[in-house]
Write a protein that binds this ligand. Structure first.
Ligand code: NAP
Length: 248
C-alpha cells in the first residue's frame, strides 16, 4: 500500500532501485515515484519490469547483479543518479554445518559485493561531478541477530552494515550520505520462502511487540525519507524496522 508523503519530497532526484521486480523493491519504486522522484528500476525479470514501467512510468534495467561487471557497466550506462537504493537480495537456507561455500559466495556476491560495486559507480560519478547524493542499503535484522539456517544471509547483511558505515565515512565529506534499513520478516516472496512454515514464524512473531511482521510499505516509506533532505544529518546508521524485536 503506497501512501502519499509531503508532496514532491524527491522532486528533481533521479534514483536507481535494485531488486525492483517484487517485494520491498517494487513497493519502493511506487513510493519514490509518488514522492516525485524519477526512478530507474533494476531487476532480473523483464516481465516484472514491464509491468512496473506501465504502472509507474519508471525506466527499467534488466540486469543480473550476480554478473557483477556487466551489471556495473549497465548502471554506468544509465548515469547520472542522485540516489541509489541497494535493495536486491537473496537468501539460502542451510544449516551451518552443511552450508555450501559456493552458495555462501553467491549470497555474498548479490547481497554485499553488488551494493559496493554499484556504490562505486553511482557515488564515483557524483564525486566527479561535485554533486550531493544518498545511498540506502536494504539490510536486515539478520545483520545483528543469529537466525538458524541463515549463516550466509546473516553474514552478508552484517557485512553490508559495515560497508554502510565505511561508505558514510568516506563519502560524507563529498555530501553523499549512506544509511541502511534493517527490516524484520517482511511479507514478500522472499519472506514466504523463509518464514511460511508457522512452526518457524510463530516464535519469531511472538518476539515482535507490535504484533505483526513488516509490510513492504513500512520499509519503502523509510527509504524515501532517508533519500530526502529531511534526513540531511543521518549518515552511517542502520535503522531496525522490526516493531521493537531487538529491544524486547
Ligand atoms: P524478494 O521478494 O525476493 O524480491 C527481491 C527482488 O530482487 C526480486 O525482484 C528479485 O528478482 C530481485 N533480485 C534478486 N536477485 C537479483 C539479482 N541477482 N539481480 C537483480 N535482481 C535481483 O525479496 P524482498 O523480500 O523484497 O527483499 C528485498 C530486500 O530486503 C533484500 O535485500 C532482503 O534481504 C531484504 N530483507 C527482506 C526481508 C524479508 O523477510 N522479506 C527481511 C529483511 C530484509 P527475481 O524475481 O528475478 O528473483
Amino acid at each position: 500500500m503506497t501512501s502519499a508523503s509531503p508532496a514532491g519530497r524527491l522532486a528533481g532526484r533521479r534514483v536507481l532501485v535494485t531488486g525492483a521486480g517484487k517485494g520491498i523493491g517494487l513497493e519502493t519504486v511506487r513510493r519514490l515515484v509518488a514522492d516525485g522522484a524519477e526512478v530507474v528500476a533494476l531487476s532480473r525479470d523483464p516481465s516484472d519490469l514491464a509491468r512496473l514501467a506501465e504502472e509507474t512510468g519508471c525506466a527499467t534495467l534488466a540486469v543480473d547483479l550476480a554478473e557483477l561487471e556487466p551489471a556495473a557497466a549497465a548502471v554506468a550506462g544509465a548515469l547520472p543518479f542522485d540516489g541509489l537504493v541497494n535493495n536486491a537480495g537473496i537468501t539460502s537456507l542451510q544449516p551451518v554445518l552443511e552450508t555450501s561455500m559456493a552458495r555462501f559466495a553467491e549470497v555474498l556476491a548479490v547481497n554485499t559485493l553488488a551494493p559496493l560495486r554499484l556504490a562505486q559507480v553511482v557515488a564515483g560519478d557524483l564525486v566527479q561531478r561535485g554533486r550531493n547524493g544518498a545511498i540506502v542499503n536494504v539490510s536486515s535484522v539478520a545483520a545483528s541477530i543469529g537466525l538458524a539456517d541463515h549463516a550466509a544471509y546473516c553474514a552478508s547483511k552484517a557485512a553490508l552494515d559495515a560497508l554502510t558505515r565505511v561508505l558514510a565515512v568516506e563519502l560524507g565529506p563529498h555530501g553523499i550520505r549512506t544509511n541502511s534499513v534493517n527490516p524484520t520478516v517482511t511479507l514478500t516472496p522472499m519472506g514466504a520462502l523463509a518464514w511460511s512454515d508457522p512452526a518457524k514464524s510463530a516464535p519469531m512473531l511472538s518476539r515482535i511487540p507490535i504484533g505483526r511482521f513488516c509490510r513492504p510499505g513500512d520499509v519503502a516509506g523509510l527509504i524515501s525519507f532517508l533519500l530526502g533532505d529531511d534526513a540531511a544529518m543521518l549518515n552511517g546508521i542502520s535503522i531496525d524496522v522490526d516493531g521493537g524485536l531487538r529491544v524486547a
